[in-house]
Ligand binder design. Structure first.
Ligand SMILES: [Fe+2]
Ligand SMILES: [Fe+2]
Length: 340
């Protein structure tokens, strides 16, 4: 074996690495509970390709119903299909800020899960409406309405994405995570409701599995927030109040109906959205009624309220659901954190 070289006067210290940077490498564990959730996430991994797809046939539905289902998944994709990119970016952020190892790993696991959720949108649409969401030529009025609405929806998704890209570095963890937490609460609520409502074996299994993932995401967010919330300043608290309102505005598009005055949509959007959602509902997808959706959303909001108020964070007014609270005026698209 060759001899070691020991410089005269000792080893030279390596230069300090300018931060933020993913280097130097380390694997600090501060929150055992997060490490345990990550282990669980690995054991619970499932494969969307293994859902009983043979049981999903275009022939089981009318053309309108197929279009309605495609439309619903196109709307869902505005949310679930942003997940991989949203959490991939958050994962990189967590590495650069040297968050403890389980935080980074949990983000990675959410990225992994969201990729599966996106795949569910992709596979369902490919099976029932090839070319969907947008790469097909609409012929009937209903088809034209669906195609046009989806275009407008993604226009809005695009507005929020630029905001998120700059926000992820700007917001502190508690602010970012309150938004994530709200998204996961909404997602787990949605899929629990849909799983109980659907009559179709493929969708039933899909929604149950996604719902289980979303509950785990919620658990991750809550565990991280329990670490972060005790140190909140009043400034951050009021920023979180705004974020809660922003979360409602964003997530209502899939959980219920979009509130007025924020989404950039043509005046006919909502009428046509309702018609298409009705077709999806009739197809047995498990889309709850307007009132059931409102009630589920109200219950989810009450749970979030109870959590944040424990930490002295005021809840925003949600007049759309008769929820009282702090008035939050004009929101900027940059304030929307697109997460699900
Ligand atoms: Fe998801
Ligand atoms: Fe999620």
């Amino acid at each position: 074996m060759a001899d070691l070289t020991i410089p005269e006067g000792g080893f030279w210290p390596a230069p300090e690495i300018p931060q933020p940077n993913i280097y130097p490498m380390e694997w600090r564990v501060e929150t055992e509970k997060l490490a345990a959730i990550y282990e669980k996430s690995k054991r619970m991994v499932w494969n969307p390709a293994d859902l009983p797809w043979d049981g999903l046939s275009p022939d089981d539905f009318t053309v309108e119903q197929r279009l309605g289902i495609m439309y619903w998944f196109a709307v869902l994709a505005n949310f679930d299909a942003s997940g991989p990119a949203v959490f991939a970016r958050a994962t990189i952020q967590a590495f650069e800020k040297h968050e403890e190892d389980p935080v980074r790993k949990c983000f990675f696991s959410i990225t992994r899960d969201e990729m599966n959720h996106e795949e569910c949108c992709q596979r369902t649409i490919a099976k029932l409406w090839p070319g969907g969401p947008l790469d097909w030529t609409p012929v009937t009025d209903l088809e034209k309405a669906a195609h046009n609405n989806i275009g407008w929806l993604y226009h809005n998704g695009g507005r929020y994405w630029t905001g998120y890209s700059s926000a992820v570095g700007k917001y502190s963890l508690p602010v970012l995570f309150t938004s994530f937490m709200m998204g996961e609460m909404a997602a787990s609520t949605l899929f629990r409701g849909m799983a109980s409502g659907t009559q179709h074996p493929v969708f039933s299994e899909m929604f149950q599995r996604i719902g289980r993932d979303e509950s785990r995401h919620l658990q991750i967010c809550m565990t991280i927030l329990e670490n972060e919330w005790p140190g909140l300043t009043d400034d951050v608290r009021s920023l979180i109040t705004r974020q809660l309102r922003a979360g409602f505005v964003f997530l209502s598009m899939i959980l219920w109906e979009p509130p007025e005055g924020f989404w950039e949509l043509p005046p006919y959007f909502l009428d046509n959205h309702r018609v298409l959602m009705d077709h999806a509902r009739e197809a047995g997808l498990g889309v709850l009624s307007y009132e059931e959706q409102a009630e589920n959303w109200r219950v989810a909001m009450a749970r979030i309220r109870a959590i944040v108020e424990r930490w002295g964070i005021e809840f925003p007014a949600i007049p759309e659901l008769d929820i009282e609270g702090v008035h939050v005026d004009f929101l900027d698209p940059e304030e929307i954190i697109p997460v699900f």
